[in-house]
Structure formats: C-alpha cells, structure tokens
Design a binder for this molecule. Structure first.
Ligand SMILES: [Zn+2]
Length: 520
C-alpha cells in the first residue's frame, strides 16, 4: 500500500516574497483557483501581517478556495496571529502557520532570546493560534542548522500546545540529502507526542538540492512536502512542486508513496504562474521547461519512434504539456475552436469565447498555422483580471540607424475618449513607452522588458513581458502580437491597467511591506 503524502504549495507566500515575483490581488486569486484545480492539499496564501494588501489578498483567496486548506503565515506574536486569523477565518479549511527561529545563530543575533524563551514563545504562539483555529502549523525557522535535540524539545512543546503540523525547514538551503533525511528520521522518532501531528519539510535551493532534500525527507517519513510552482521563492527558490510531484508519480513503486495532485494540470499552472509573475521558466527546467520533452538528438528520435519508453520516463501528456503541432487554420469554425479550448483544459464557460474566436481569426489570417501553443497564449493573455483603463487605438513608429526613433501613439480611455502623443526615444520601444507615459501623465519606471516567441518559425507570435514600477510598487504586463513593437506596447498598457486598477481600488501603499518580510 502506497502512503499518501500531502503537497503544501507556498507559491503565493514564499514564491511571491521573492524579488520581482510580486502579484496583485486578482492575480493571486487566479493562481489560487488554478492551484485548487491542480489538487494541492494546502496552499499558503500569504503573510497577512506584512501589509494591508497581503491581508486583503489572503482573505480573497480564503473566500474562493473550497477544496484545499488555506494557510496564513505569522510570526510567533499575537499581532501577527490576529492578522493571520482575520485573513483565513472565512476559508472552508483555515490553517494558521506560525514560526520562530531555533538555530543558535538566529536565536542569538536575530531574536536575542535564550533557547528556553524560544520554546516558551513557540508554545504560547501555538496555544494562542489554537484559540481561533483547530489546524495550526508550527515551523522552526533555520531548523537544518539547529540542534536536533532542541528541535525535538520545541516540537514536543508545540504539539503539547496543540500544533497539528510541525515543519522542519532548510531555510537557508544548507542541508545535504543524506544528512537531511537522517535529521528528519531522528527528530520524528524523538519528538514527544509526534503521533499527534504531521511532519512537514520546506527546502530552499541555495545549493540546488531543494528537491533532493525534500525527496530524502519524504523517504525518511515526512508527511507533508512544502514547495512552489516553478521553484519560485526567496533567493535561489524553493523545492519545485512539479519536480517533487513527478518524482513521486514516476517512481511511485520504488518510493511506496503517492500524492493527490492532478499531474495533467502541472503545465497550465506553471504557465499561469510564469505569466502573472513575469518570470520565465528556463528552457532546460525539469518537467515544465520548453525542452523537457524535446528529443532532438537523432539517436533519441530513432529510439522514441520505435518505442517511447526508450528515452521517455514520463509522457508530455501526463503533465499537460502542449504539443506544437498545427491544430487549426483560418477555415476552422467556432465549434472546432471551442472543442480545442476544451481539450487544452480550458472551460469555455469561464472565457469570452466570442472575443477569443475573433482574435484567433485575426491570427489565423496572419499565420499559416495556429498551434496549441498559440491558442493557449491567446487564452492566457486574454484572462482579464482587471478592467481596461487604457486601450491601444493605433500607433506608428519611425526607426532607423541614423536618427532617433519617434513614435506616435493613440490610446482610448474608459469613457472612449482618445489621447494622442508623439515622443522621441532611444529605439522604437523607448519612444513608444515614452509616448504612453505622456498620455497617461505618469512617469513610470521600466524595470524590465523581455521578448520571446510563442512558437518557432518566421510568422511566430511575439510575447512581450514588462515590469513597471511607480511609487516603489511593481506591476507586470504581458502582450501578444505577430508584431514585436505592438506586443511590447500591449504589455506596457497591460501593466499600466493593472496599476491603475490597484491604485483606484485600494490604498496605493497597501502593497508596501513594512521592512524586510520574514519567512521560513
Ligand atoms: Zn521558505
């Protein structure tokens, strides 16, 4: 009998805390819904005490998610736990997750507390959380550099106080797999009352060992594995959910382990997280990278054609990976288009199919073939998380080798009124963005601009991703067009629309976090 391990996703908390990975409230809700479809057991939705924006986002996630536990991270203080409970109390299955550091270096220099004081504070925090919420997780920050016997003592005290899950994080990504597995086995065996709580691990990838350490911990008896989509997270990131889950699925017989995740939702989740954070997945990334299923070497292709098992340990279909074959052309009708959407895992009821079909027709006119990738890009790009404050009406760029570039651009605002501006810039993109800034009358900072192609070939659609910041807060936008300049302008306007919506809907400073946000 295979034992079932729980998958705890912290993309919305640890992932989102990483620099340049921030998401707005709508984006977090969109990711949360997809995590629910993916079938994670627990999702950590944020750190409510970090800012009013974080609290509002966790609350919004708690309100929509029905089939997963929704957790909120809190330091071991009353104020943090109050904010945490306020954020998750509306969830179908709420969890408060509290933590305090247990390593000598953290206790002495960060907390400035004696070990006895740390044990007392940990137990008090859990007991306080328990007055609100039956499900309480406790993490010993920097556990991998803590004294194992001290960990057993802290865990024993918090279980006694009512903790339902104890988590042993490798906060700084220092552990080695064999060592980490032994630590997990030792602490699990020597913690008083351990049979009353689940044992969890949370690994960082500073040495590239997060997944290996997580797998070693699972083999040593961990019941819950914490991870993130695409391995996002502080510094080098967290253990990647897709690698852990496919490791378990592919080697189930050896590991004697399984989990409840619907692996066919992995690729869609990875793409969505990449889209909303604007953080691309490296091509050679295991499971979800562009090349993960590309068998280009001739000898491999020969083997694959003879029998896929020769080189393929898992199928692209098993992770919902989209093939790049031609699926539809310009004569395809709406019915065929809708059927294709369904087979790609989208629910037409959630989409503006009329609008998508119109855009598909335009694309099919420009391109010879429209692939699954193209359709997926259309859908992922179209999900309107916020209303259009600005819409691109028309643009023209003059660019060459000897003169500065100029751009004339016209945008329409919500009331349908048009504004036109001309700007000069270092290259066509700079000229276009400067013209947009003049129209919206804000001096935005462009943090990054990236361009990629959705598919191969000369007529591929260009996909632009921009990150802008205004008043210290960052927004992302994505644009899609067969013209690279137009894709860039669309991405810039999408980021502006996200910003305009958030500035009008919530206090502009709501997303600003007080000082350094902590975590495990
Ligand atoms: Zn972490």
């Amino acid at each position: 009998m295979a034992r079932t391990v729980q998958i705890f996703d912290t993309t919305l908390r640890d992932g989102e805390q990483a620099p340049r990975c921030s998401m707005n409230l709508q984006e977090k809700v969109e990711v949360a819904k997809q995590l629910e479809r993916l079938g994670v057991d627990v999702m950590e939705a944020g750190f409510p005490a970090a800012s009013p924006g974080d609290l509002a986002a966790v609350k919004a996630v708690a309100a929509v998610v029905k089939n997963c536990v929704v957790a909120a991270l809190c330091r071991a203080t009353k104020g943090d736990i109050d904010a945490g409970w306020e954020a998750v109390k509306g969830a179908a299955r709420p969890r408060i997750h509290t933590f305090i550091a247990t390593s000598p270096v953290h206790m002495e220099y960060k907390l400035k507390m004696a070990p006895d004081e740390v044990v007392r504070r940990a137990a008090e925090a859990v007991a306080y959380a328990k007055t609100f919420c039956p499900d309480v997780e406790f993490s010993a920050e920097d556990a991998s550099r803590s004294d194992p016997d001290f960990l057993c003592r802290v865990f024993g005290a918090v279980i006694e106080a009512g903790a339902t899950v104890v988590n042993l994080p490798d906060t700084v990504g220092y552990a080695l797999p064999d060592e980490f597995g032994k630590l997990v086995a030792y602490v699990k065996a020597n913690t008083p009352g351990m049979e009353k709580a689940m044992f969890s691990v949370h690994c960082h990838d500073d040495l590239g060992l997060a997944v290996a350490n997580t797998m070693a911990a699972a083999a040593a008896g961990a019941d819950q594995l914490e991870c993130t989509i695409n391995g996002l997270g502080e510094r080098a990131g967290n253990a990647s959910l897709e690698e852990i889950v496919m490791g378990i699925a592919t080697r189930k017989a050896y590991l004697g382990m399984e989990c409840r995740v619907d692996t066919t939702q992995i690729y869609a989740t990875s793409r969505l997280v990449s889209k909303v954070t604007g953080v691309k997945v490296q091509p050679n990334k295991a499971v979800v990278g562009e090349n993960a299923f590309a068998h280009e070497a001739g000898i491999h292709q020969h083997g694959i054609l003879a029998n896929r098992m020769t080189y393929e340990i898992m199928t692209p279909e098993s992770v919902g990976f989209l093939s790049n074959r031609m699926v539809l052309g310009k004569h395809s009708g709406k019915h065929a288009f809708e059927e294709r959407l369904k087979s790609l895992g989208f629910d037409p009821a959630d989409l503006d199919v009329e609008d998508l079909f119109a855009r598909f027709k335009v694309l099919a006119d420009k391109k010879k073939t429209v692939s699954d990738r193209d359709i997926e890009a259309l859908v992922v790009g179209s999900s309107k998380t916020v209303p259009d404050t600005w819409k691109l009406d028309r643009w023209v760029v003059n660019s060459g080798s000897s003169l500065s570039s100029t751009c004339t651009i016209r945008l329409a605002n919500k009331s349908g009124e048009s504004r036109e501006e001309v700007a000069v810039g270092d290259g066509p993109i700079d000229a276009a963005f400067t013209a947009v800034n003049k129209i919206i009358r804000k001096d935005l900072e462009l943090d990054s601009w990236e361009m990629g192609a959705v598919t191969e070939g000369e007529d591929a659609q260009g996909e632009a991703t921009v990150k802008i910041s205004y008043d210290g807060i960052q927004w992302n936008g994505r644009g899609l067009s067969t013209d690279v300049i137009e894709a860039s302008i669309l991405a810039y306007i999408a980021a502006i629309n996200s910003m305009e919506w958030e500035l009008s809907a919530v206090s502009p400073s709501a997303r600003k976090r007080a000082g350094n946000v902590e975590g495990v």
